[in-house]
Design a binder for this molecule. Structure first.
Ligand code: PEP
Ligand code: MG
Length: 322
């Protein structure tokens, strides 16, 4: 219950036999930090920076962004803070950006695709992130990466801005981690190639599920096809985690699935390193982790991966929990 869970605020997240995992929080603005600290998150697994750009009539300047990022990094006191670069487009529009009207905005000009064309806007954000990296454990993450070329191009801009900041005398973390979200099936399938170049992965199941089953995450009409527990989705997740570990890298998850009771044993069994969720889910997840065992979870995964349907997977997990 709630009172019991409150006692877990400062405790590590460990399984019954003592394996440690990281339970992190998703945030949208520095104002969300209160809930993060109250619920004892071990890191920030996803800072969605869109809100800095929304509800205003022009782009946020470098200084304003720097302050926002530094505030969060400061408050986390050395714990990891993964900040996602602008993920605009799709359903999220910016009036001052003059984006094209598209027939399929979710398959269109958005996120990293847009940032790689509007490079001045992107460079401003990268500079703000790099400068904030001096104050703690900040990690940069690119959204909606579909190809290795995109990652390389974005990474090259980071390197260029590092050089410029150096010349201008700014301090920043020279070794700042640069990773990607895995939310497009091409990237999940080809994870082995990405793993050689990125510092980490974070699986964005909200979009990965939508693209894998071709079921719009906003549509009531096809909601029955939006299946996080579809064996195909589980296979993609496992492939990403395995690929990262083969290169000595780590994988997190920052989609809704990471905080679900049904998902925790499966993700633990697959070896997920970091689970990022809404702050309110952290203590329930930490409490559940203490009842789980890695060997059992691995056996469960073996069976889940060869299930025919999402329904069978969920039933198997629920039976296992009893
Ligand atoms: C995701 O796609 O899973 C994700 C975390 O990003 P967003 O929900 O912001 O698209
Ligand atoms: Mg997404």
């Amino acid at each position: 219950d709630k009172a019991e869970q409150k006692k877990l605020v400062g405790e590590p997240s460990v399984t019954a036999e003592g394996t440690c995992v990281e339970l992190a929080a998703n945030i949208g603005t520095p104002d969300d930090m209160k809930g993060v600290l109250e619920n004892g998150a071990e890191g920030i697994g996803l800072y969605r920076t869109e809100f800095l750009y929304m509800g205003r009539d022009r782009l946020p300047e470098e200084e304003e962004q720097f302050e926002a990022y530094r505030t969060v990094v400061d408050q986390m006191n050395g714990a990891p803070v993964v900040i996602r670069t602008l993920d605009i487009g799709g359903d999220k529009k910016l009036p001052y950006l003059d984006l094209p009207e598209e027939l399929n905005p979710f398959l269109g000009f958005r996120a990293i695709r847009l940032c790689l064309e509007k490079t001045e806007m992107f460079r401003t954000q990268l500079r703000a992130l790099l400068r904030a990296s001096h104050y703690g454990n900040l990690k940069i993450m690119f959204p909606m990466v579909a190809t290795l070329e995109e990652f390389r191009a974005a990474k090259a801009l980071v390197e260029e801005e590092k050089k410029r900041l150096n010349e201008a005398g700014y301090s920043f973390d020279e070794h700042v981690s640069v990773g990607i979200m895995v939310e497009i099936p091409s990237t999940a399938v080809a994870a082995a190639a990405f793993a050689k170049e990125v510092d980490f992965f974070s699986i964005g199941t909200n979009d990965l599920v939508q693209y894998t089953l071709a079921a719009d995450r906003m549509s009531e009409r096809v909601a029955h096809l939006y299946q996080p527990y579809h064996p195909a989705v589980l296979q993609l997740i496992k492939n990403v985690i395995d690929a990262s570990h083969a290169e000595g890298k780590w994988t997190g998850m920052c989609g809704e699935m990471a905080g679900e009771e049904t998902a925790l044993p499966l993700l633990l069994g697959m070896g997920l390193d970091e689970f990022s969720m809404s702050a309110a889910s952290i203590l329930p997840a930490r409490s559940l982790m203490r009842t789980l065992n890695v060997n059992d979870a691995q056996a469960l995964v073996e069976r889940a991966l060869v299930c025919g349907t999402a329904g069978e997977v969920k039933e198997m997990v629920h039976t296992h929990a009893k």
